[in-house]
Every structure is written in C-alpha cells, then in structure tokens.
Design a protein. Structure first.
Length: 711
C-alpha cells in the first residue's frame, strides 16, 4: 500500500470517528447528527485544527490535488447516495394528503427567499467574492436556491421527536419540505446546466427546462414501471446476498448518468431514482435498513465532514465578510420564515399553526450544504461564498429545533384531530399494518383454490403485493387468475369509492416443495398462506407435508382447509364467515383477517365469544365463571365491532357460555349455516403442526371450510 492510499484511509478513519462522536453529542442535546458531522469538518479544517497546529493539519489533509481527489470522489458518490436516500424518504402519499396547505407553504416559502437571494446575489455581493463576476446571474440563481430550500431530514427528525408526525401541522410541514426538496433539486438541475454552458440565453434555458421536464415525465411513467419490475425480479430471482441493494444502486447510477448526458446535474437523477425506489411495493423494511446503514455509516459522515473541512471560518475575521454573512443569515431566515408564514395563512391555517410552519421550514441543514458543494465544484461560487453559505446552514439549522419545539408546544389539539389520531393509533396496532407482502403456496387441489381466493381477498383489502408459489405440475395460470380476480373484490369498494387491486405475481416450482417455500419465504413476507392437497392426515391432525411447509416459516401463517359444498366465488355473499374471539392477540388477528375477507367479498360475518367451563374442576370453574353482567365478554365483542366499524363493515355477535369452545363453535357453524370458520391459533415450537385441542377438534369435526390463522 502506497503512502497516498495509507493517508486516504487515515483521513476516512478520522472523519468517520470525529463525525460520529460529534454527531452523537449533538443528538444528545437535541440537535440533528448531521450538524455534528459538519462541525467535525470545521474543527478538523483550517478554522480550528489548522489554526492550533497547522503542520499536523496539513500533514493529515494536504492541499495537493491528487490526494484531495480521492476524498472528493467519495464525497461526490456520497452526494448521490444522500439524494437517493432523500428520495426514498419522500412520501408522495403524505404530499397528496396535505397538498393544499403544503403547496401553499412551499410555494411562498420558496418564492420569497429565492427572490431575496437572487436580488442579494445580483446587487449586493462584491465582485471580490465571485469566482466569475461575468456569471453573476448564475451565481445569484445558485444563491437563491440555497437560501430557499428546507432540509426535509431535519424537519422530519424534530417532528417525529415531538410526536407531531400525524398531526395536521406535522404532516403539512413534512409535505412542504418534500415539495421544497423536489422543486429545489429541479432548479439545481436547470441552474447547473446553465453553469456548465457558462452563459445564460433563451435557447440554453429552454433546453434545460425541457430536458428536465422530459426526464421527470418519462421517469414517473415508464421509469416507474421499469424500476418496480427490476426490483421485484431481482428480489425473486437472485439467491446471493443483498441483490436488491445492488439493483437500487445500479438504478441510481443509470439515472444519474442519464441526467448528466442530457446536460443537467446528476443529483436530480439520484433523487428521482430514490423516489421511484421508495414507492416500489416490494421494498421491504430490511432492504431499506441495509441501504440506509451503508449511507448513514459511511457516506454521510465523510461528505458533511469534508464540506466542513472546505469551510474556512477564519474569513469571518474580516468585518466586511462577517457583515455579509450576517446579512445572508438574516435574508435567509426572514425570507423563509415570512414566506412559509404567508403560505400557511393563505391556506387557511391559524396564526399558531403558521408560526410553527415558519419555524420548521427555516432549517437549511444538509440540503443547503449539498447545493453549496455543487456550486463550488462547478466553479459558480468561490471558497469565501461557500463558507458563508455553510455558516448560514449551520446557524439556521441549530436555531430550528428549539424554535419549532416552542411553536409546536403552543398548538392545541382539536377534537377532530384527536379522533383521527386515536383511529390511526388503533389501526397501527393491527396485524395488517406490518404486512408488506403475502406469499401463497398452492398446488391444484380444492384447498389451493380456496386459499388463492381467500388470499386474493386479503391482499385486495389492503393492496398487499402477493406472490403465488405454485407447487406441482398442473396449470399455475389458474391460480394466478383466481388471486388477481379476488383481489379486486366482488362488489366492495375502497374509501375513495374505487375498486382495489393488489399486485399479484406467479412463481412455479415442481420439486422439493418445502425447500421451494423456504427459499421464497426468505425474501421477506409478512404472511404465508398454505393451500395444498395433503393437509389433513388419515388419522386426523395435520399431514406431515403441511407440517414441513409450515416449519419453513417463522412468522405469521394461515392454513386453508376446504370442505362442504363448493363456494361460488362469482356470486356476491357466497361466503358466510364465523370468527371465534377470546380477547387475546391471536383471536384479534383472526378477526382482522376475517374482516378483510368479508369486506372484499361483501359477505356476512359473525363474531362468536365462548366462555367454556365444561370439563374443568370446581376451583377452575369458579375462576372462569362469567360475571352476571358479562362486562368482559361484552368488551371483547365490542372491540371486534369497533374493528368492523372502522373498516366500514357491520357484523353480528354471539355469546355462548358454559359449553366447551369446540362444541360451541361447531354448533354455531351448523345452526348459522356458515361455510367458513376463521380461527386464530397459537403455534408452539416443534416439527409437529399442532394448534391446540380446540383447533384439532374443529379440524376433525367441522363440515365447513376452515382458515387457521396462527402467530
């Protein structure tokens, strides 16, 4: 290893170590970690370390172009990775929810500081701090962009910490910051194109705007489908480690190159790639965490520390530059604060809400530093102006968290907002809030047909991406068609009044069914639905083949047993569902599954509570005997009714006392002519598939179909 490589590794180690330590310290005092990383660069640069021990600072970070190019290469890649991550965190659904207020806040919050920044750059910056005075207009555009964008990362951090993420003002803040980011990177792409040409005229401006618009149009139409398909294919085809992360990085690189080839900056390509990747229905949490870990652990500390390293705060000793920097901070703060406050007021928000929005949008953070770094690399701004912009980013970002906390603490909660938050908290406790993908393993049996239909209904109710794994030599297309049709529902509609449809894909495997399911389940599924011929053993209980398949899944599992007359899936209300409930987690999960099926098939459903004391000793009977008022039993049924109400369904309830649970369930199924029992069960560890004696009795004696839903 040569001296330059050794020095490069030493630089990386020092930047990572100091950046991590200062980032940790900043977080402990309520500031974002990125500020610690930026300050780490300032401390290691000429401002502090260089002033105290210049020889050592020069030895560790020499001014030579070749050595510095190695760090800058990591930094340039870091910019793309940061924009990729920012795009992945861009929640377009949130923007749609709060679009009216968010668009107003963002538009005014960008227009006012942008205009002030451009004016400052055109008329008040001396030629001495411009690298190319003849390109003053382009420098002014960069300055206006740097002062006008808010940092979505900083905003999101404080809003989450204050538990305002689902409050109206919190959603508006995040949505506004997301729009800021999107508009900001689009402006940067256009401005950088102008900077590369070195001049501004109508032809170049039109080319830049049209190129950016065409890129965005194609990305969010054809590009969206291509990225979704590529991620899905990579996840389902490759068996090596983290293939989806590689696919995501390739997408980022290709889109960055495309923007470069059409003459706009690569950051827009990386940002749009992140948006498309973040919207992919197959992007599971562990994939997101793998990529996030790479960016947060390596690229963020290096990039922001290097940005701080490039900022020489010693220039602020010059009274003229110090005054300009204070003026820049004042213009940035007043412009963003006033613009966001005006936007909130125009959107009909109260003064306190508009004040909170104005405080929150004033943080520039990482976004302004990235813009400044791009301007420095393009030669649009010089070192002094870069330091002034970075100083503005540091001051506004450090000021934002305490001011936003103060503003949010003064906001009262309205009754409408309180009820909405309670509803969302209730739904967040549910099982389906954690299910991202559904795997259905089937063959060509009656069990498989029912399993495919039920899985399609479950997936359609929540738009859950579903994979149908066909095991055997029959016709897999029939299974795929059944799941796709079921996912649209028979006649039910979503809250918006439109038919829902989940994405359904097909995979086939003719050999070693348990190993095929084991391989597939490792790709990240929230629920495995099993529907195969060999489900029930000849001597009662579950067949060993279904037990082997179940053993491949450590998570939630559903086993389908089809019995009784064939259900006509094309006729409305073909299903008549009975779900026993006991007030525990497994029965609630079964109730959620049953409600999803009932909602999509427009079928009736009954919740049955059984408190059985038959077969117990006298002491146990006294402990379990119901109270004369049946408060507990009614509370359990009330919770299920509330679940149904929140889902827009009406259900029936039934209460059976002093009878064994299995007898009560079987009797109720016969008397009510139910054709599907959805039973929540616990699954103990071991190779034998056993859900308990109640489930065993129902499996042995039921005349109707059964869906066992296990933990």
């Amino acid at each position: 290893m040569g001296a330059s490589e050794s020095l490069f590794i030493a630089q990386i180690v020092v930047l990572l170590l100091v950046g991590r330590l200062l980032g940790e310290a900043m977080q402990r005092i309520g500031q974002p970690a990125v500020m610690g990383q930026l300050l780490a660069g300032v401390l290691l640069g000429p401002s502090v370390f260089g002033a105290i021990w210049p020889e050592a600072q020069q030895a560790l970070f020499p001014a030579g172009r070749e050595q510095r190019a190695m760090l800058e290469a990591v930094s340039d890649l870091g910019i793309l990775m940061l924009l990729l991550l920012t795009g992945m965190e861009t929640d377009l659904k949130l923007v749609r929810k709060a679009r009216r207020a968010a668009i107003s806040v963002s538009a005014a919050g960008i227009a006012v500081p942008f205009a002030l920044g451009v004016t400052l750059g055109l008329f008040f910056l001396p030629d001495s701090i411009l690298r190319h005075p003849e390109q003053r207009l382009i420098t002014a555009l960069f300055l206006g962009t740097a002062l006008s964008v808010a940092s979505v990362k900083i905003v999101a951090t404080v809003v989450r910490e204050m538990k305002f993420i689902r409050r109206k003002v919190g959603m508006t803040l995040l949505a506004s910051a997301i729009i800021d980011d999107t508009v900001g990177w689009t402006i940067i792409a256009i401005t950088s194109s102008l900077a590369l040409h070195g001049k501004l005229n109508a032809t170049i401006l039109i080319q830049s705007v049209l190129g950016t618009g065409l890129f965005l149009l194609l990305s969010f139409t054809f590009g969206r489908r291509f990225v979704f398909g590529l991620i899905r294919w990579t996840n389902d085809t490759f068996v090596s480690e983290v293939p989806v992360v590689t696919a995501i990085l390739v997408v980022m690189g290709v889109m960055a190159l495309i923007t470069h080839l059409i003459g706009i900056h690569t950051v827009l390509g990386a940002f749009v790639a992140g948006i498309l990747v973040g919207e992919s229905p197959i992007l599971t949490r562990h994939i997101d965490e793998q990529l996030r870990g790479l960016v947060v652990a390596l690229f963020m500390p290096v990039f922001f520390s290097l940005a701080g390293l490039n900022a020489d705060l010693s220039i602020l000793k010059d009274p003229r530059l110090f005054g300009l920097t204070c003026g820049l901070i004042a213009v940035a703060s007043a412009g963003k604060f006033g613009g966001a406050f005006l936007g909130g007021t125009l959107a009909g928000m109260s003064r306190k809400e508009s004040m909170a929005l104005a405080c929150g949008m004033n943080a520039r953070g990482s976004t302004e530093v990235i813009v400044a770094s791009i301007g420095l690399s393009l030669g649009v701004i010089n070192q002094d102006l870069f330091t002034m912009i970075v100083t503005t980013a540091i001051v506004t970002t450090l000021a934002m968290p305490p001011t936003l906390r103060w503003a949010l603490s003064r906001l009262p909660m309205h009754e409408e907002e309180r009820s909405r938050l309670e509803r969302e908290a209730f739904e967040a406790k549910g099982f389906f809030s954690k299910v991202e993908r559904l795997l259905v393993a089937v063959d060509d049996s009656a069990n498989s047909k029912l399993a495919v239909h039920l899985a399609g209904l479950i997936a359609g109710s929540r738009k859950i991406t579903t994979t149908v794994l066909h095991l055997g030599h029959g016709s897999p297309e029939a299974a795929l068609k059944g799941a796709a049709e079921a996912s649209t529902g028979s006649s039910s509609r979503t809250d918006e009044g439109k038919r829902t449809r989940a994405h359904v894909m097909l995979r086939t495997d003719s050999f070693a069914t348990d190993s095929a399911v084991a391989r597939e389940i490792q790709k990240g599924y929230g629920l495995l639905v099993l529907g195969i011929a060999k489900t029930v053993a000849s001597q009662d209980g579950f067949h060993e083949e279904i037990a082997r398949l179940a053993a491949t899944c450590d998570g939630p599992l559903a086993v389908v047993v089809a019995r009784g007359p064939q259900v006509d899936f094309t006729r409305e209300e073909a299903l008549n569902i009975l779900v026993p409930v006991r007030g525990n987690k497994v029965s609630r999960r079964a109730a959620e599954v049953a409600l999803s099926i009932a909602k999509m098939s427009n079928s009736p459903m009954t919740a049955l509570y059984v408190l059985g004391t038959v077969g117990l000793g006298a002491a146990h009977r006294r402990l379990r005997r119901p109270s004369p008022t049946h408060h507990y039993e009614e509370a359990v049924l009330k919770e299920i009714v509330e679940l149904a109400d929140r889902d827009g369904r009406s259900i029936r309830t039934a209460l059976r006392l002093d009878i064994s649970p299995e007898d009560a369930i079987l009797r109720q199924a016969r008397l009510g002519h139910y054709n599907l029992i959805v039973l929540g069960v616990s699954r103990p560890a071991g190779e034998t598939l056993f859900f308990g004696k109640v489930a065993a009795a129902i499996l042995e004696n039921s005349d109707c179909s059964i869906l066992f839903v296990s933990s």
